[in-house]
Design a protein around this ligand. Structure first.
Ligand SMILES: *Cc1c(COP(=O)(O)O)cnc(C)c1O
Length: 375
């Protein structure tokens, strides 16, 4: 059998930047400031330059980034936070963690992202259940920015704060604006398999709101005030490690090249598969970070088995909408049973996608899928 094709290949990237990463880690070992060392501030400045956001506050994870923003905004018990039903669980988890109520809203069949037209229904559901709609968390699923041009005015009409979940989409753009500048704040994750990942857990918040950034800097260190032992609010231990910051600085040196490679690979998949499956649709003016290359297909589960039998790793993101997860089944959802989110969970499949995927391996994936459908 030919070589297995993994879904992502972090080792290929590591080999490329190995010398730089080792040198960066050595520098941290030498200066010894493992918590809030100089690399943390350096990477925050780099990310601010990169995204165009005025303030960047790094933290322990993407989930922590989402949760800290909700805390900073005072979102809590009695408040509803509208979230897409088709996303990674952490989006809804953040709302629940601050004591608010996640309310599940419908997504679009073409982009898989939150449907601005569904916000009305979700806000109505929240009110009918006795909660005050306070915020919405659009997700840039699989790397494509949500439709902020439609979502921001719809959120404003309901007085909702907008927290963008960009865990999968740093580096993506909408009309030349980079992700990180849409909405009141943007949260991202540096989990290793995200397009911009480190070698452990990490995350960040991007915002133009200076006061909010100040509160976030306090929250991540136990709600500190003027000094470490002046505690002015209930916070968390939510800091980003110095070692991870040093690694992320190295990764940023090759990030744009990696995004270009992902774009090329996505284009090649779409060319090879558009007549046998529903290939991903990117909105006009949008550029995806291609965290995943996710198709809608017929007979998904058998295709998955077929690919796996050929040594090709494919995955289902996500097999169930969040409102079907046992821990979230009791929360309100927009009326109509969210049929698009349900259908997507039954039809989507994500193919091997990383910047180092060789054309020959990609051709094997394409040929295997075409053969499955008799082409
Ligand atoms: C990964 C992810 C998160 C959570 O990030 P962590 O760093 O793993 O906590 C949140 N939302 C989405 C959409 C994600 O993909």
């Amino acid at each position: 059998m030919s070589e297995p094709i993994p879904l992502i290949d972090l080792q290929a990237q590591r080999r490329r930047i190995d010398a730089g990463v080792r040198a960066a880690m050595e520098r941290v070992l030498a200066h010894g400031r493992f918590i809030m060392g100089p690399e943390v501030e350096a990477v925050e400045r780099r990310l601010a330059d990169y995204t165009g956001a005025a303030h960047v506050v790094t933290c322990a994870s993407g989930t922590e980034a989402l949760t800290m923003v909700l805390r900073a905004w005072g979102v809590g018990p009695g408040d509803a936070v509208l979230v897409p039903a088709f996303t990674f669980v952490a989006t809804a988890e953040a709302a629940a963690l601050v004591g608010a109520t996640p309310v599940f809203a419908e997504v679009r069949a073409d982009t898989f992202n939150l449907d601005a037209g569904g916000l009305d229904a979700a806000a109505g559901t929240a009110r009918a259940a006795g909660f005050r709609p306070r915020a919405v968390i659009p997700v840039d699923l699989f790397g494509q920015p949500a439709d902020y041009a439609a979502l921001l005015p719809a959120a404003r009409a309901h007085g909702l704060l907008v927290l963008a979940d960009a865990a999968q989409s740093v580096g993506a753009r909408l009309d030349e604006r980079r992700v990180g500048t849409f909405g009141g704040a943007t949260a991202t994750s540096f989990f290793p398999s995200k397009p911009l990942g480190c070698y452990g857990d990490g995350g960040a918040v991007f915002t133009d709101d200076e006061a909010c950034a100040g509160v976030l800097r306090s929250l991540r260190i136990h709600g500190q005030g003027r000094s470490q032992y002046d505690n002015v609010r209930i916070g968390v231990n939510g800091r980003f490690d110095t070692l991870q910051a040093a690694i992320l600085l190295e990764k940023l040196t090759i990030f744009d090249e990696e995004l270009a490679a992902r774009q090329r690979i996505a284009g090649r998949y779409s060319e090879g598969l558009r007549d046998v499956a529903e290939v991903p649709r990117v909105m006009p003016g949008a550029r995806s970070a291609w965290a995943q290359y996710t198709l809608r297909v017929r007979d998904r589960d058998r295709l998955l088995e077929h690919l796996r039998s050929l040594g090709i790793a494919a995955a289902v993101y996500y097999p169930a909408p969040v409102h079907r997860q046992p821990a979230y089944a009791g929360y309100p959802r927009a009326p109509g049973e969210l049929p698009v989110a349900e259908a997507l969970c039954a039809e989507v499949i994500s193919l091997p996608m990383h910047p180092y995927l060789e054309p020959a391996a990609q051709d094997r994936v394409i040929a295997a899928i075409r053969a499955f459908y008799g082409h």
